[in-house]
Ligand binder design. Structure first.
Ligand code: HEC
Ligand code: HEC
Length: 240
């Protein structure tokens, strides 16, 4: 290769790489709005981000993989736990997560920041928006409830399959975030042991189909269960 052609290769190669680099940069910049739904960046979402910064939530949590590793990743928290859980949890994390301060003793804890209802509403709007950012499923967040449900269902083949299905659903939907079952779980809602003896079956069924029909103020989410799912959960609750 002559000196001249070596120089040409250098310039053509550098130029080609630059074109590719600029092309990819432009591609990234123009697709960000679509991936992040930037048109849905409402004032509430922006206010939620400010609350997130004010209390330095990122000092313990990661969000889309960025932050600290003390507490769970929160990218998908909105779709995984739902707004009702989040509102109750942010109001009093220790009570919701452990049931009481006694039960939480010696555990790592999320502080109670004494957030106002408005701050909580803004945070929930912020998490709903974050949830919809298309990160191609990054970062992975383990779904403990689902894994537990699968192993519980696998270990329950000998028992009544309807009861097993009900138990798997109760685990998958993390009912124990709010209710105690066999002594384990939160205290936002009543203990579910013996609930089928306490309530008439119609109320129990209504409660699962649409909690707000029983109590318009209820914070219990409407899970949108199908009829067979409600039957399965009732079958399981009757065994408690
Ligand atoms: C001092 C550390 C710390 C700070 C600061 C903190 N958290 Fe947490 N957070 C935790 C811990 C720890 C948990 C999980 C409880 C556990 O694992 O025992 C948690 C759990 C959560 C959960 C439930 C996660 C799940 O998987 O169910 C949400 C939602 C949450 N935090 C939101 C926030 C928000 C919003 C802020 C800021 C206002 C915040 N956290 C600030 C430590 C913290
Ligand atoms: C965000 C918290 C929350 C979650 C999650 C939740 N519940 Fe509830 N649940 C409540 C509250 C609070 C009440 C009672 C007060 C009310 O009317 O809201 C309740 C009431 C009930 C009752 C009536 C109990 C009684 O003694 O009157 C049943 C049954 C019940 N829930 C079952 C479930 C099942 C099954 C799941 C999971 C599929 C579930 N709940 C998930 C908060 C929750």
């Amino acid at each position: 290769m002559t000196k001249n052609s070596a120089r040409n290769w250098f310039f053509i190669g550098s130029f080609a790489c630059m074109i590719i680099f600029f092309g990819l940069t432009i591609h990234t910049m123009t697709t960000i709005p679509a991936y992040t739904n930037s048109d849905k960046l409402t004032a509430e979402v922006v206010a939620g981000k400010k609350v997130w910064e004010k209390y330095n939530c990122v000092g313990c949590h990661t969000l889309i993989g960025e932050g600290s590793y003390y507490a769970p990743e929160l990218k998908d928290i909105y779709s995984q736990k739902g707004p009702d859980f989040m509102r109750a949890f942010l109001k009093d994390p220790v009570k919701v997560w452990y049931g009481s301060a006694e039960a939480a003793r010696g555990q790592r804890k999320m502080p109670n920041f004494g957030l106002s209802d408005q701050e909580i509403a803004h945070l929930v709007a912020f998490f709903e928006w974050v949830d919809k950012i298309d990160t191609h499923n990054w970062p992975p967040r383990p779904q403990h409830g689902t894994a537990q449900a699968a192993s519980a269902a696998a270990g329950m083949t000998a028992a009544d399959p309807q009861v097993a299905q009900g138990e798997a659903l109760v685990q998958a939907k993390a009912c124990t975030a709010c209710h105690k079952i066999k002594g384990v779980g939160g205290a936002i809602g009543p203990d579910l042991d013996g609930v089928s003896q306490r309530l008439d079956l119609e109320t129990l069924q209504q409660r699962l189909v649409n909690p707000k029909a029983v109590n318009p103020e209820s914070v219990m989410p409407n899970f949108g269960f199908s009829e067979p799912e409600v039957d399965a959960i009732m079958a399981y609750l009757k065994t408690l």
